[in-house]
Structure formats: C-alpha cells, structure tokens
Design a protein around this ligand. Structure first.
Ligand code: 6PG
Length: 249
C-alpha cells in the first residue's frame, strides 16, 4: 500500500519554529472541552525541542496537566534510566519538570521479562484506558500521536521489511530485531493503534531527512508512508528537511 495522496506537508523555517508549531497544535487540542486527553510520544531527536518547550511558559501553564495522559508510540526495550529509553528521555526533557500526575504517565513496561510480554501488558493497559477491545474510528484512542521518521523510512519501531509493519490484529507488538541502531529489541504500537487519533503529527528536522522525505513524497512503500490517521495527518517539516523549495508556513 502506498500513498494515494501525497502527505500533507507543513514546512516551517527551522527546528525552533517546528517545536512551536507542534506545541500550539497540542494546546489547541487541549482547549477542546474533553474530560481527558491522551498523547502518544515518540523517541529520537526530532521531538526534543517540543519536549523542552512544553516544560516552559507560556506552554507549561496552559497545559491541563491533571487531564492529560502520556503514552509512548514505541520504546527501546531498556530500563528508563538507560540513555536509550524514549520514556526516560521524555521524562528528563519535560515530564519530570512539570506538575504531571504519576497516574497519568503510561510508559511501556520495559521491566517485563521480554519485549513480547511488555507488548502484551501495554496492549492490556491501552484497552483498559480506552474501555473497549475494538477501536472505533468515531472515538479515537488518542488526541495526538507524535511520530518521527528514520533514515530507512521506519516510524515508531516499525521497520521496513519486518512483519510488525503488517500487523493488524494487535495494538502493540514486540520487535525482537531493530532495523536501525540502537540495536536493542523494541516495543511498538501497530499502525491500527497509532491511527486511532484525532491528530497524527510527524516531526521531521534537519538536512539528513531530506532524502528519505523525497522518497516518501515520491510514493515509496516505506513504513512511514503507510502511517494513517482516523483524524488529521500532518507532516511538520523544517526547511532543511524539505526535499525541494516549498513555501514556508
Ligand atoms: C525511536 C523512535 C523513532 C524515531 C525515528 C527518528 O524509538 O527510535 O520513536 O521512530 O522517531 O527514528 O528519529 P530521529 O528524530 O532521531 O531522527
């Protein structure tokens, strides 16, 4: 399956503008009249600016911390204090610096005996939070899902050529072999679970992402190009990563 329509790209001048645009998008969701919100965070370097910003005013004071639940789209199967942990990185960059409730943090349980068991437990946690075993497109699991893209076209921990890309039954899978470093097992949400969101936001920065973005725009069948959303799907891209001259938002 490749793109029927090209991805909806929003090009901003630089990484700072990208972090601001993403933070504004989150705040706009949090301004909606809902009892609670759910965000799926991502790993890698692209969301770091956003995470720092969320711990800083004016964003910090506008986030209804008591009503926002933080999940992860994927993690490396390492403990949280390990520098490779996506949950650990988000905690250091913002979640440990804000008035978040411990009950609202939902890291992938990487203290499980193995990555498959961690996936099974996380899937059970997501189903309990959602309150049903089947995802209803009219009632998305998440409000915002943050995504990144690797140089090989992977997203979350769904790597090209690996069976997890085609998983449709499970919400979460263990990934015994990562396709890119760090080469530790991973745990990843699957495309159907990631798609259950009002907003899916890809964050892409830097010259190093230009080639993979060109391939995705040209319709290459790569995992990141297969990502879909029950709601909006936006690629927030800085000018360095944008494949060709495009108008800057
Ligand atoms: C992970 C990420 C992964 C990431 C991309 C991009 O756990 O590795 O969730 O999907 O988003 O690899 O990473 P960079 O932003 O560092 O390029």
């Amino acid at each position: 399956m490749t793109h029927k329509t090209p991805p909806n790209l929003t090009v901003v001048p630089d990484a700072t503008a990208l972090a601001q645009a993403a933070a504004k998008r989150l705040l706009a969701r949090f301004a909606e009249p809902r009892e609670r919100f759910a965000v799926a965070l991502t790993g890698g370097s692209s969301p770091e600016g956003l995470y720092r910003l969320l711990a800083t005013d004016p964003y910090r004071s506008q986030i209804p911390w008591g009503r926002v639940h933080w999940f992860w789209g994927d993690d490396r199967f390492v403990l949280q204090h390990d520098p490779r942990s996506n949950a650990g990185a988000a905690r250091r960059l913002f979640l440990d610096r804000v008035p978040v409730l411990a009950a609202n943090l939902h890291p992938i349980p990487t203290d499980a005996p193995n990555e498959d068991e961690a996936a099974r437990r996380y899937e059970a946690e997501l189903r309990a939070f959602y309150g049903a075993d089947r995802l209803d497109p009219a009632r998305p699991l998440f409000d915002v899902v943050l995504m990144g893209v690797g140089n090989d076209g992977h997203t979350a921990s769904l790597f090209p050529g690996k069976p997890q890309v085609d998983e449709t039954k499970h919400w979460v899978v263990g990934v015994p072999q990562a396709g890119m470093e760090p080469f530790v097992p991973r745990v990843s949400l699957t495309f159907p679970a990631l798609a259950s969101t009002r907003d899916m936001l890809f964050l892409v920065t830097g010259r190093g992402k230009r080639d993979i973005l060109s391939r995705i725009l040209a319709g290459a069948d790569l995992p990141a190009a297969r990502a879909h959303s029950d709601g909006d799907l936006v690629w927030l891209v800085d000018r360095d990563a944008a494949p060709e001259r495009r108008d800057v938002a």
